[in-house]
Design a protein around this ligand. Structure first.
Ligand SMILES: Nc1nc2c(ncn2[C@@H]2O[C@H](COP(=O)(O)OP(=O)(O)OP(=O)(O)O)[C@@H](O)[C@H]2O)c(=O)[nH]1
Length: 250
């Protein structure tokens, strides 16, 4: 029988990376790209509020061809673009998949946020939530949808633990308790044996995605939260019950 031209039978596995500002989302993505690019064809979408800074950082790291890293500028409400109205991100992912077909994995970085951001399962197949030890050892205990329900919780920068008086073992134990058995990884980009566990998690997820045994799970809606505002910003509610202050006009 004549061999048919290979087609991209399934779209790329889409993995979301969320977490508070500065915990290391871009670094985690850079590490994954650097370590896995011999095995997978990877693309990246970053979400920033007003800039393409994260995309520029990742391009400067040289971990992927620069054109496979694209930025979505979300405007004032970065979590809306990954949760309530994912259109901008879906279009960006589909464009990337079309332009570089076949891609194996698309990593989507959320805009820097507080503890409340989660991705819609309509946007990503799986999501990881990144905390760091510098945010304090008790953050994991605070729970919330990302900490409690993401497919993987990453506790980053464990190389800094002794400087900030954090007991990593305790932080992991607290996180595991909050997550009812879902996985937790303590990592540092300075310790390759830890980041290799992260890569193994992605490899395993990819296998499950391709063989159809992975089902996207919704970590749950964002918790109620407010954006700091120093002007006459207004307030409105989003579906799911959370409330925003918005700046300026509408
Ligand atoms: N010591 C240490 N620093 C790290 C590690 N990972 C990231 N960093 C540093 O933490 C800072 C923030 O890292 P980013 O990757 O930019 O964090 P981010 O979550 O993408 O930040 P935003 O996009 O601003 O939300 C940078 O100065 C990194 O160099 C780590 O494992 N150990």
């Amino acid at each position: 029988m004549a061999k048919t031209t290979p087609t991209n039978e399934h779209r790329a596995l889409r993995i979301g990376v969320a977490g508070p500002v500065g915990t290391g989302k871009s670094s985690v993505i850079a590490t994954l790209c650097r370590s896995l690019s011999d095995e997978f064809v990877i693309g990246v979408i970053t979400n920033d509020i007003y800039t393409d800074e994260d995309a520029r950082f990742l391009r400067s790291e040289g971990v992927l061809p620069a054109e496979r890293i694209r930025a979505v500028e979300t405007g004032a409400c970065p979590h809306t673009a990954i949760r309530d109205d994912v259109t901008m991100n879906l279009i960006a992912i589909e464009d990337l998949e079309r332009d570089f077909a076949p891609l194996d994995i698309v990593l989507v970085e959320s805009g820097g946020d507080n503890l409340t951001a989660t991705f819609s399962p309509a946007l990503v197949d799986a999501q990881l939530f990144v905390l760091d030890v510098a945010g304090g050892g008790d953050v994991a205990r605070k729970g919330g949808p990302g900490i409690g329900g993401a497919d993987l919780l990453v506790i980053n920068k464990v190389d800094l633990a002794e400087h900030v008086d954090v007991d990593v073992g305790q932080m992991v134990a607290d996180a595991e308790k909050a997550r009812e058995g879902r996985p937790v990884l303590a990592i540092s980009r300075k310790r390759p044996e830890t980041t290799s566990q992260l890569c193994d998690w992605v490899r395993q997820l990819y296998r499950a995605y391709v063989d159809g045994s992975h089902a996207p799970v919704d970590p749950g809606p964002m918790a109620p939260h407010f954006h700091a505002t120093d002007d006459g910003g207004h307030v409105h509610s989003h579906e799911g019950g959370h409330t925003h202050h918005h700046h300026g006009h509408e």
